[in-house]
Design a protein around this ligand. Structure first.
Ligand code: ADP
Length: 481
């Protein structure tokens, strides 16, 4: 791993403005090679309590700053992240595996949230409400919720942190982040840049160690007033239960089972490009990745043939060694899950059009795969694949595909391609999802509210709405006027 600025490579946790080690450590691997690239501290429960206390003490001064002061610091952090985009991307590809081009794009995407919330910090407006008595006035102000805990996943090691830290800090909250133990280096490097930007000690803290133990400390603490989590639905539910005892505010970004529907009147070429972008980005390991591809009967055969041909041309390799379309999967469990999804589909009469096997490169690489004749009894119909596999289902009528698209406990992102205007409105309104993309395969942006319904989560990240997650309303009644 070659960095221009080697001091961005940190192997210590960051608590109260100090870099902290521990006797026990945990190795971090490069998924493209299997090599150990770093050892990170396994902090104990008392270290986590120290971090919570640090965030609590920093909160008083941080919230007392003007929004403009917080905004300036966020903006400095944003600039430093962009100035170091190449190094941050190299670190990310080394620990996560995604192609360097995708890592660079993610660093830019993460930074866009910091810039956005540097601006939104100044817009935490309140309200004046006409009172019911002439001697009274009613005011609503908005205050930071307090100390926040964030638990983030490995699939977007930078952006999932930026999406939480930026609105939290903008609102006046301080934060303790537990990044995924698989991708902590991006988190440490972001903390180093936050320190250089002048963000005071204790405002951002990064802790690593045993996930369960840290989760238990963070959720049981009465100092922490909010948990923001991105990860699997199973862990999200567990953390939500753990937060119930202290009635914490929660934001959860959980799993998805995104339908991607191509109607007869769609532009097939554009739909193919959209489906590839939606499915194979990050080797299929994003919560908004298309999980089920539904294609209408009239264009099914043409679509699957062209789609499979385009997918067969995607290149696979280590992200640091060349400009490949796809890197490795994150770990052995991800590889086994992908294999089992494909085996299950093939056992149930799925037809393999391309891919379908671990890649000849070995290790954690898997071939970009397309399966035709997908059916509702296959695992991939209900479960999130989280790998580079596209099952293609055939449908006849609009009503049928809406029923199938909504036939899931998830409700994060949905995509469809169509040109008939009334159909576009009908389908958009019928889809039970927090986000719907029409004639587009990628929908995340800092200016729009990202989030799901049903078992995909609670709350929104990004946009003007994202700041609300870190603010509480205070109603003030002024009498005797
Ligand atoms: P994935 O299956 O995509 O790895 P997880 O939900 O397991 O998703 O992981 C997301 C984040 O949640 C990671 O930071 C992980 O360490 C953390 N995590 C996993 N289990 C727990 C737990 N029991 N308590 C708190 N955090 C957890």
């Amino acid at each position: 791993m070659k960095l221009h600025d080697t001091s961005l490579f940190k192997q210590q946790a960051y608590v109260n403005g100090e870099w902290v080690s521990a006797d026990k450590t945990l190795p971090v691997h490069n998924p493209a090679t299997g090599n150990v690239i770093a050892y990170i501290p396994m902090l104990g429960a008392s270290d986590i309590r120290t971090a919570i206390k640090a965030a609590e003490s920093a909160f008083h001064d941080w919230r007392a700053k003007t929004a403009a002061e917080r905004s300036t610091l966020l903006r400095q952090w944003y600039r430093l992240i962009l100035d170091n985009q190449d190094d941050l991307a190299t670190l990310m590809t080394t620990e996560q595996g995604k192609p360097l081009r995708e890592s660079k794009a993610e660093v830019g995407y993460g930074a866009s949230f910091i810039e956005w919330y540097a601006e939104e910090a100044k817009r935490a407006y309140g309200d004046l409400i006409p009172a019911t008595r002439s001697s009274q006035r009613i005011m609503v102000t908005r205050e930071p919720v307090g100390v926040v805990a964030a638990i983030t996943p490995w699939n977007f090691p930078n952006a999932m942190i930026a999406r939480k830290v930026a609105p939290a800090l903008a609102a006046g909250c301080t934060i303790i982040i537990k990044p995924s133990e698989l991708t902590p280096l991006s988190a440490f490097a972001m903390a180093e840049l936050a320190e250089r930007a002048g963000i005071p000690a204790g405002v951002i803290n990064i802790v690593t160690g045993d996930a369960k133990e840290i989760g238990a400390e963070l959720t049981s603490s009465t100092i922490i007033r909010k948990l923001s989590f991105t990860g699997s639905t199973a862990v999200g539910k567990l953390l939500m239960k753990q937060c119930a005892d202290s009635v914490k505010k929660v934001s959860l970004e959980l799993g998805g089972n995104a339908p991607f529907i191509v109607f007869d009147d769609a532009n097939v070429e554009q739909a193919i490009q959209g489906a590839i972008a939606s499915k194979y980005r990050n080797s299929g390991q994003t919560c908004v990745c298309m999980n089920r591809l539904f294609v209408q009967e009239g264009i099914y055969d043409e679509f699957v043939e062209k789609f499979a041909e385009a997918v067969s041309k995607l290149t696979v390799g280590p992200g640091l060694d060349g400009d490949f379309n796809q890197g490795p999967l994150i770990n052995e469990a991800a590889l086994l899950k992908t294999k089992s999804m494909v085996d299950d589909a093939l056992a149930k009469k799925g037809r393999l059009l391309t891919g379908g096997r671990p890649h000849s490169l070995g290790g954690l690489f898997y071939e970009p795969t397309v399966l035709a004749n997908a059916a509702m009894d296959m695992k991939c119909y209900q479960e999130e694949i989280f790998g580079p596999v596209a099952p293609v289902f055939r449908f006849h009528h609009e009503d049928d595909v809406i029923t199938m698209a909504n036939d899931t406990r998830y409700g994060l992102a949905a995509y469809f391609y169509a040109n008939d205007l009334s159909r576009v409105f009908r389908v958009t309104e019928s889809l039970e999802y927090g986000m719907v993309a029409v004639n587009e395969g990628v929908l995340s942006t800092e200016v729009a509210p990202f989030g799901g319904i049903k078992e995909s989560g609670i709350g929104r990240e990004g946009s003007k709405y994202g700041l609300d997650e870190y603010l509480e309303m205070k109603y003030v009644l002024l009498g005797g006027i």
